[in-house]
Design a protein around this ligand. Sequence first.
Ligand code: ZN
Length: 153
Amino acid sequence: MADRIPAEDNPGILDKFIGYLLGNDKRDFQEVHIDAGIIDEIISIARESHPNEFAALLEGKIKVNTLKIQGLVFLPGETSNQGAVMQTFMKPLITGTIGSVHSHPGYNASPSKADLYFFSKNGLFHLIIAEPYDEHSIRAYDSMGAEIRFKII
Ligand SMILES: [Zn+2]
């Protein structure tokens, strides 16, 4: 993916990208706000996809120590029963995306080993929604896989 970045045109962007890879941007925010409409969308897609997983990317911005999640980016062919996240990992980085969301059929919203690897390489904020697919079965993680709190706004 590195050869997609025009480093000489954007002096800051390569550092930013490496920051994402290393996960050291996580201190840039103290609070996470997720738009309620996005939560609703995640819940309905998780239910529709069941018993398969779905995965999408999250769009967001950090403003005054608050990470605001404002959009979902769907990638074609992400619904599968064998590791939606790893497919996402193969896609090029999309500008404005800061993390990911995926579903876990079953009641365990903890990241798998593959999820932890993915989190460490891709963005700074990740959601996992498990059954029964409601707002209480959504967990949020930073790039290190540590659980973090969020508010639905
Ligand atoms: Zn997972």
